[in-house]
Structure formats: C-alpha cells, structure tokens
Write a protein that binds this ligand. Structure first.
Ligand code: ZN
Length: 318
C-alpha cells in the first residue's frame, strides 16, 4: 500500500484530520446516533472492480465485527447496511448479517427493478423485517437511466411494499433525479452523499441549483454522508466541507436530514470517528431536539425502524 492510500490521519497532510475538521469531534451528542450508511463485504477483485489502486486500502474484508468496534468508539448505536454490488445474493447476505448483529437496524438492498418477475422477488424479500429499502447504483448508468420506463415501473412498485429508495447520482444527474422523485410523490426517497458535489473542484454553485430543487420535494430526505471522499483525500479541511453541510441544513432542514458515514469507503480520506464528528460538530449549535433529529430521528421516521436492542453502547433504541 503506498502512502497515497494511507488513511489521511496518518499521512503527511499537516494537522490531524480531527483538527482539520475544525472541531474536536468529541462533543457528546444528545441521545443516540444511527449511522444510515455503511457497507460490508468479503473482498474479491472480480466483484469489487470499482475499488481501484487509489483505494487499495479497501481491498480486504469489511465485516460487522469491525464496524461494531468503530461504532463503539464513536458512540454510534445502530446502522443501516447499504448494498454495494447489485446482486440479490448480496441483499440476502446483508439480511443474514442483520439477523446476526442487532446493531444493523436495517438493510438497503438491491433487486433488478427492471425484472419481469419483480413483484415475486419483492413479495419474498420484503417479508424480511430488516429490509427497509432498495438502491440502484445510478451514478454508474448512462444519462437518461432515470427516465427508462422499465426502471420507473419498478420504482413505482416500492410504495406497495413499504420500501424506501436511495438515490445515488452525480451532480450532472441531479436534474433528472428531480423529475424522477417528483413522479412518485408518495414514495420515500433519500439522496445519498448530498448528490456527490465536486468539493475538490469547488463545484458548489452548479450542484446547489439542482440540489435545492430536489430538496423542495417533501418526499425526499438527504444523508449527511460521503463528503470527505468528494474532497481531496489528503488535504480536505472542515471549513471546505462546511458550505455543503450548511446548504443541506438550509435546503432540507433537520427533519429531512440523517447522518451517514459511508464506512469503510470514508476511510480513504478520514477515520470513522472523524467523519461522524464532522457532522456532530457542524450541527452542534442547533437545539438538542434538532441534533437528535439528524442523528437518529429522521432515520427512524424515514426507514420505519422497529429495532429495540442493538447491543451497542446503550442497549435500548427508543
Ligand atoms: Zn456508500
């Protein structure tokens, strides 16, 4: 592993990331925290081709046991496991992991929403109480994907099964995402990683125009996640990320925002604790109830979480 791939806290990027983040990250949050965006995998080069040389530190297994350790240190109580591979096998595997680890409060899985037998697949999968939603990696699809009739038909079935849908797009796809979410006013949508603004290239203005339009739709929530990996991994600073977090707070408000780590992908740029601390610091001047909304309330409401016991720092999830 080259130095370029070391987590940045240990590389020569000047101040430790926790200091660069512009806050201590140590402020005790009010109540509990639910991390709405984690991934697990058993690594194989064939199945994880997107993990290129710049992310070589991700070329190993990432399993719940390790997540549990990170979450305990960061005082995070439960999480949502999100698909990364676009196979139904992975969805079933994540559901098995959730059965074995009560801290995994829900799974956002994948099925082929364009499949002819979609209803049969959803009938079966949605019986599992931990399946809360689905995601398709639309950022990897050609332009126009969010307008495909077969895909739209599939998304139109989710409300019937009580499933949410995670929107994963790049800024150039945000305008299509607005039309897409508008077409299903009763479907619960959540935008992953703020729509991946180009923080490296200071692409705030163009991103924000469509981001605000998406936020204007009441059926769309947003994850405060994935920012460090859209910035320069080696030299990002808290103040650089702040305008994006502030834009999200302004556009969505605490009642439609939820914290997410994007662990382990985040570790190419910052530790789990640093990423969670970034959001906690950014919202520390909000009221306790607004902070609690972002740290857990929105996730509970949005994903209809029913889990009682997580086994993590505090055993009871309200
Ligand atoms: Zn992710």
């Amino acid at each position: 592993m080259s130095a370029a791939n070391e987590p940045r806290e240990r590389s020569g990027a000047g101040a430790p990331a926790s200091e660069r983040a512009g806050g201590s990250g140590a402020a005790k949050p009010p109540g509990q925290t639910i991390d709405t965006h984690q991934h697990f995998w058993r690594y194989s080069p064939a199945e994880y081709g997107w993990i290129d040389d710049t992310m070589a530190s991700l070329r190993r297994n990432f399993l719940p046991e390790e997540a549990r350790r990170e979450m305990t240190v960061a005082d995070v109580h439960a999480s949502i496991a999100v698909q990364a591979r676009q196979t139904v096998d992975e969805t079933r595997w994540l559901l098995e992991l959730a059965e074995g680890d009560p801290f995994i409060a829900g799974v956002v899985g994948w099925v082929d929403l364009q499949a002819a037998d979609l209803d049969e697949q959803l009938d079966q999968l949605s019986r599992h109480p931990r399946l809360v939603g689905l995601r398709h990696i639309v950022q990897g699809e050609p332009d126009g994907f969010l307008e495909r009739p077969a895909f739209l038909h599939g998304v139109g079935r989710l409300e019937r099964y009580g499933l949410t849908y995670d929107i994963l797009v790049y800024p150039r796809q945000l305008s299509s995402a607005v039309e897409f979410a508008r077409a299903f006013p009763r479907q619960r949508f959540v935008l992953d990683h703020l729509g991946k603004p180009d923080i490296r290239g200071q692409g705030l203005r163009e991103w924000r125009r469509h981001f605000d339009l998406l936020a204007a739709l009441p059926n769309v929530c947003c994850k405060l996640s994935g920012l460090v990996t859209e910035a320069d991994w080696g030299s990002w600073t808290g103040p650089q990320l702040r305008p994006y977090i502030d834009a999200a707070l302004e556009a969505f408000g605490p009642s439609r925002l939820m914290i997410g780590s994007d662990w382990p992908v985040c570790t190419v740029a910052a530790s789990y604790q640093t990423v969670v601390g970034l959001v906690r610091d950014a919202i520390s001047e909000y009221s306790e109830s607004e902070q609690a909304q972002i740290l857990q309330g929105t996730a509970r409401d949005f994903f209809h979480l029913k889990v009682e016991t997580t086994g993590l720092p505090i055993n009871r999830v309200r």
